[in-house]
Design a protein around this ligand. Structure first.
Ligand SMILES: NC(=O)c1ccc[n+]([C@@H]2O[C@H](COP(=O)([O-])OP(=O)(O)OC[C@H]3O[C@@H](n4cnc5c(N)ncnc54)[C@H](OP(=O)(O)O)[C@@H]3O)[C@@H](O)[C@H]2O)c1
Length: 511
């Protein structure tokens, strides 16, 4: 079933002239427009400081739309571009908001799209709180102040999408959540995680809860440990300045990979709807054991890529990177979830730049059978302990698919070998990549928060990673792994301490 086209609204993008808006947000909206998925009556209002007319702003976007959108034609662009307007304003100044308010009203009237407004904060993170506070003072946000007494389906709404990064630590995330909470209801706040995208979340939920065969095994009784990996082959490239302040834990683990962990570990929601799904994810995040300062070193392995064997440039000394930087470009962390389902099952989460393979995957390794019926067979497979355990690999990208490894008998002899059941999404359903931004913006227009983070998830994730942000853990990590590898040796030791090894697929192996 296709979801309904949202009702009319004005989308106000703060950061109108910026990189994210021109490369991602506008091309995604343009694609939605061409597929008939945007509301028939809608307007886009861009806000940034640079002085530009509507026409000049449309021209600024046109070139990017041509490059970044899936389909492009002059005719389609000019139809779409008619809905785009621009207001030059310094959004950190409250007195600029009368002009912003007037521009919203004028765009809303011109396109007959009423007074529901979706704000999008596509500006530098230090501007989030000033803009939210100015919105509060501007009188543009009326919904939250009277929600108890109204039928929300029939009155104009005001919602806000907030880009990552959502804070740099627990304290800054709390401040941002407090600022948002002073002005917006939680159900009007959309903390976007484009990395998750709709497909990944839906696939994981369908795999787990639309099948009977996995869920009974999905617990401490049958699963030995879980691995979640997001590896990139590229280094930080032009993002050095941003990355050097963030590092792998902030950039990937706190923001994205703990979301994946929550989807893998959550209990079945009561219904397929945003509130029950988010409630279950929050419970997982809150059940993650918080490492003490003493424990943290034994539960993580951090690294920073050095110069490569083929003279690849090291992280230190790259553009925007401090020459003595101790920022981690690789992180592997063991998380434990203290609840009945997962007690005693380690979740190993790792991410890195300049790694051997580009891939994002979840690997569930099962326990060995309770007795070894075949111990009298050949030497090579003498006992259960020597046979590879059953393994379910959920490959999220680039080769989306699922594979299950189990033991099979070799024909004609009583010998056991590992075999695989392999499911490839592209082969079965076609390989069209689905851009995350468009569906997420549509969800925000519809008020569907399934794929957006609740404040408790964000704060829970910061709490879980906080012990691993300690600068003391970063001493001496410079150059401790070479580009094109799976990270520093400490990463292997982290798993070996629990009797596990990483799933490091070779070039030819995808799942
Ligand atoms: N770029 C990406 O691929 C990406 C990916 C994920 C998340 N993000 C996040 O998205 C946000 C935007 O990133 P970006 O890369 O697009 O940044 P950017 O290229 O630096 O753009 C910033 C925008 O903010 C505007 N701006 C700055 N000060 C302003 C003010 N006082 N009032 C109104 N507008 C102001 C700038 O225009 P003027 O100078 O004309 O005012 C510009 O349009 C950041 O939080 C970033 O972390 C970006």
């Amino acid at each position: 079933m296709k979801p309904a086209v949202p009702g009319p609204c004005v989308l106000v993008v703060f950061g109108a002239s910026g990189d994210l808006t021109r490369r991602k947000i506008i091309p995604a909206l343009y694609d939605l427009f061409q597929r008939g998925q945007l509301p028939r009556r809608f307007a886009i209002l861009g806000v940034s400081r640079s002085g530009m007319s509507d026409e000049a702003y449309r021209d600024h976007l046109a070139q990017w739309a041509g490059e970044m959108a899936r389909q492009h034609s002059e005719a389609a662009w000019s139809q779409f571009a008619r809905h785009i307007h621009y207001c030059a304003a310094d959004a950190t100044r409250v007195d600029a908001f009368s002009a912003v308010g007037a521009a919203i009203e004028s765009a809303g009237a011109r396109h007959e799209c009423g007074s529901s407004i979706l704000f999008y904060l596509s500006v530098a993170p230090q501007l989030y709180i000033p803009i939210i506070d100015n919105l509060a003072q501007s009188g543009l946000i009326t919904e939250g102040k009277r929600w108890c007494s109204i039928n929300r389906d029939e009155t104009p709404w005001q919602r806000i999408i907030v880009e990552k990064p959502f804070g740099v630590d627990l304290e800054s995330a709390r401040s941002l959540n407090r600022a948002l909470g002073r002005t917006f209801e939680e159900e009007s706040i959309f903390r976007i995680d484009h990395y998750l995208g709709k497909e990944l979340v839906q696939n994981l939920l369908v795999l787990r809860f639309a099948n009977t065969i996995f869920e009974p095994l999905w617990n401490r009784r049958y699963i030995d440990h879980v691995q979640i990996t997001a590896a990139e082959t590229v280094g930080v490239e032009s993002r050095g300045e941003f990355y050097d302040r963030a590092g792998a834990i902030r950039d990937m683990i706190q923001s994205h990979l703990l979301q994946v962990l929550a989807l893998v570990a959550m209990e079945p929601p009561g219904r397929y709807a945003d509130a029950p799904i988010r409630r279950e994810k929050i419970k997982v995040t809150e059940a993650i054991r918080i490492a003490t300062a003493e424990e943290a070193a034994g539960r993580c392995a951090l690294g920073q890529y050095g110069r490569g064997p083929r003279d690849e440039a090291p992280y230190r000394g790259g553009k925007g990177v401090a020459p003595d930087s101790s920022t981690e470009t690789f992180a592997a962390i063991r998380f434990d979830i203290d609840n009945w389902r997962w007690s005693g099952v380690p979740f190993f989460v790792r991410t890195g730049k300049a790694m051997a393979r580009k891939l994002t995957e979840v690997v569930l390794t099962f326990r060995q059978p309770p007795i070894d019926l075949f111990s009298s067979l050949s030497e090579a497979h003498a006992s259960c302990g020597n046979r590879p355990p059953n393994r379910l690999v959920i490959n999220i990208q680039p080769d989306e698919g699922i594979s299950l490894r189990f033991e099979g008998k070799v024909p004609g002899e009583m010998r056991i070998e590992s075999v695989k059941l392999d499911f490839d999404y592209a082969a079965r359903f076609g390989g069209e990549a689905i851009e995350a931004y468009g569906p997420l913006i549509l969800d925000a227009m519809r008020g569907d928060q399934t794929l957006f983070k609740h404040r408790d998830e964000v704060e829970g994730a910061w709490r879980a990673v906080a012990p691993f942000l300690d600068p003391a853990l970063r001493r001496g990590i410079a150059g401790n792994y070479a580009p094109g590898t799976w990270g520093p040796p400490e990463s292997e030791h982290l798993l070996a301490n629990s009797g596990c090894t990483w799933h490091n697929p070779g070039i030819e192996e995808t799942r």
